[in-house]
Design a protein around this ligand. Sequence first.
Ligand code: CA2
Length: 312
Amino acid sequence: MAKRDVAEQVLDALGGKQNVKANDICMTRLRILTEQPDLVDMKKLRSIRGVLGTVRRGPNGVEIVFGPGSINEVSNDIVQLTGIQPSYSAFRGSSSAPEDSISVQINGHAPIPKAVRAAVAAKKPLASTRVESTANAEDDNEDDIDELASLLEATGAAGTKRLLVVNGPNINMLGVREPKIYGRKTYADLVRLCRKAAREAGFAECRCFQSNHEGDLVDVVQAAYGEFDGIVINPAAYTHTSIALLDALKSVAIPTIEVHISKVDEREDFRQTSYVRAACFETIVGMGLEGYRKAIKDMAQYLSEHDEDEKD
Ligand code: CA2
């Protein structure tokens, strides 16, 4: 079955795309906030090929666990079909916040069915392996799902490195104006490019975040501490003004690459200053959106070299 079909079936089981208020992904889970939770058919969701388990989180949240091979594509398709970009902040403060699951522990509560456990441990494809023991239930036990996701992540079946891509003010306006400087591609195109590049570079997760507000950018960098292995950042105009963002990047000390779409070095004088550069090990300018692809590849390379250093 094509991944697109999977996304269409997921939306159907969620009560249609109009019932999706927000979405986000982490390494193995698709997170959905619904408008009307009673429209969600959990049984239908759980019968979709590739779905390993489901759980309701909070009054409006649903989490759907996929095998590592399919989560990114299904998520991309959900984004295309709904027109809603993955949003980290939409889940903040709700009981289905990404933080909940990123920090989940294998706590030894409800056991994972043996077949799933064995497939994960053997790093076998999981598309046809389902949580059979709970197939008739309304949804899976939360502990069971957390353990399943943790197991998938801990065994490296989903890769291990997590990438955060941060974009600053007006990047959401890409493709709308000034095509001579910033090109014709939109922010949605940029998110797609980053997710694909990250998948190809072997990242387990690629989360894209954009805000027009300096404090939000500081918050997301701080929240990345202990959660993400690398940051690719285009702080846009805050590049040239924000000591707060520089301090945030320094405080988390996560390897960071600075990207600029345009040739900032050939533009106005005020664009020649970059405060964040002091916290970045590489800066890429003037390559258009392709600069993000290079940054993601270079980050993967840097992280693999850094891991090897640790082994020596
Ligand atoms: O070249 C870059 O990537 C920049 O970071 C982009 C920023 C600018 O302030 C920096 O100096 C260089 C601007 C973000 C996008 O702004 C738009 C303005 C009009 C139409 C579309 C995007």
